[in-house]
Design a binder for this molecule. Structure first.
Ligand code: 6LW
Length: 509
């Protein structure tokens, strides 16, 4: 898409799929954005945009095991929490928390593409750290609580504090602080109310990062709590200005669907919304699924939907739970194919060879061409080790396995001829479908979506999607769809993840 065809409106979320806790900075006409990644490796996806609307993942800030130590059995939703990205004095800085090992740390880089430094650990408690510089070059770190400290980001030393700052209006979990120096004020923006439906954004200001803080009379400056808006859980926000001086906010929100209490299946996603100022405070929201685009659109590259595994390196969108040891995957063993060698024998426990991508479209189609060899391999859609559906090939048969909490069941089995097989998983709205087996009559619209399994063009099983939702699995992540091997070595020729409806939807299986 070029500048001439840039839409005057844009669709939210601007970064769909589980991309929570967005933080953004601008350098000239380029915007950079990072998100939380939890137990997945590589960690902290890094996006680039020139118009705040169309984002392309250009890497992962934490792409070496030395930057992301994780115990092999780290729990789902542990690992890397909310990052902050800033550019100061010609350098990019990213601060975050590894809640599984080591706590708060900072990495920096000259160029956003990296290389990013090894972690500089900093002895501060809590999560959600932020970095901001004053005009004397002092660096201030605010974090959950909310507290503020003066730090040396290069040495990882605390120079002053931490001391209590403004902690919101009294709701639970005052967190996600960001400090901004705007004209003669310091603004402190936080999230409170918890990251679920009660999520809010609140603000205070002071003449110095040491306070005293004055709360915005309009707090919360943003919330969707208690509304029937299709976008829910709005919070954990960051602010950015365009070169023309427009203000915008990135934030996380969810898109719950299905019968009460509603289920969100793609985790918390990154939304964009305009900000205006009135009487010295930002005015923002509601955050809509369709918004008016920012000015000054610039050309960007289209992001390919299909990976043919012809490139020498894995695309940065590919992630694996906890680690991705080199000896268990290869792009060169069989050129043009991704080879996966089994490291563990089940997806029900950490340590299995799995390479996947976040589900990015509510109605989606994910297809692979798999040569299972003499092993056991397939395509899985997962929340975590205890919540996943697998389309699996082994011993000349293909089957669907559902793991939901402590229960594991094989649902369908049929033969497949030897050699490569096309596996497809689709997700789609509940709509007016007949009740899925086992669904109480009258509640067939209860599901947020249905997940269907197809082999070589034939749809042969379908399951209710609610069991792969945050409301069932709990935690901070969302669905990931990926390739795996649990015995022997398997080869994948290509992988495609696309929206099922609208422009670009594939016409054939
Ligand atoms: C994050 C906290 C939150 O650290 O969820 O939505 C936690 N907000 O700020 C995990 O993403």
């Amino acid at each position: 898409m070029d500048a001439e065809t840039t839409p005057r409106h844009y669709d939210n979320p601007v970064i769909p799929g589980f991309h929570p806790d967005p933080s953004v900075c601008r350098v000239g006409e380029d915007y950079y954005l990072v998100c939380s990644s939890f137990e997945y490796f590589p960690g902290v996806p890094l996006f680039h945009s020139r118009d705040l609307v169309r984002w392309r993942q250009i890497g992962n800030v934490l792409d070496r095991p030395s930057q992301l130590p994780l115990p092999p059995d780290a729990s789902a939703s542990d690992g890397i929490y909310a990052p902050t990205i800033r550019h100061h004095d010609g350098r990019f800085w990213m601060i975050t928390t590894n809640v599984s090992q080591g706590g708060n740390f900072i990495v920096s880089a000259e160029r956003p593409e990296g290389p990013w430094s090894d972690p500089v650990w900093i002895d501060l408690p809590g999560i959600d750290p932020d970095l901001a510089w004053d005009s004397d070059g002092n660096c201030w770190c605010a974090f959950q609580g909310v507290q503020v400290a003066r730090v040396d980001p290069e040495a990882g030393k605390v120079l002053e504090g931490p001391f209590p700052a403004w902690s919101g209006t009294g709701l639970q979990w005052p967190e996600a602080p960001h400090l901004y120096r705007i004209r003669e004020w310091w603004y402190l923006m936080i999230a409170e109310g918890g990251t679920e439906r009660g999520h809010t954004v609140a603000m205070a200001r002071a003449r110095s990062p040491r306070g005293p803080w004055e709360a915005a009379p309009s707090n919360p400056i943003l919330t969707h709590r208690g509304t029937d808006h299709p976008v829910q859980s709005t919070g954990h926000a960051d602010l950015v200005t365009t070169p023309d001086g427009e203000w915008w906010m990135v934030l996380l929100a969810t898109r719950p669907r299905g019968y009460s209490p509603g289920f969100h299946v793609m985790g918390r996603e990154t939304f964009l919304t305009p900000v205006r100022w009135q009487d010295g405070w930002p005015v923002v929201g509601p955050v809509n699924l369709r918004e008016r685009a920012p000015g000054r659109p610039l050309p960007v590259e289209e992001v390919p939907r299909r990976d043919d595994f012809d490139a020498p390196l894995l695309d940065p969108r590919w992630i694996s739970p906890r680690s991705r040891p080199d000896e268990f995957w290869s792009l060169t063993a069989r050129p043009g194919w991704l080879a996966l060698r089994a490291s563990g024998s089940t997806l029900d426990r950490p340590g299995c060879t799995f390479i996947g991508r976040r589900q990015e479209h509510p109605a989606s189609r994910t297809a692979v061409l798999l040569d299972p060899g003499s092993g056991r391999a397939g395509l899985s859609i997962r929340m975590d080790e205890a919540h996943h559906y697998d389309l699996e090939v082994a011993d000349g048969q293909v089957g669907v396995i559902a793991r939901i909490g402590p229960l594991r069941q094989r649902l369908a089995l049929r033969s497949v001829p030897p050699g490569p097989v096309t596996l497809v998983i689709t997700t789609g709205p509940a709509g007016e479908r007949p009740p899925a087996e086992g669904t109480p009559t009258g509640l067939h619209v209860a599901a947020p979506d249905f997940i269907a399994f197809h082999v070589d063009g034939e749809r042969f099983a379908e399951l209710d999607g609610r069991y792969l939702s945050t409301e069932v699995a709990t935690g901070f992540t969302g669905r990931v769809i990926g390739m795996y091997a649990t015995a022997g070595t398997a080869w994948f020729d290509w992988f495609e993840h696309s929206p099922l409806e609208g422009p670009g939807a594939p016409m054939t299986e």
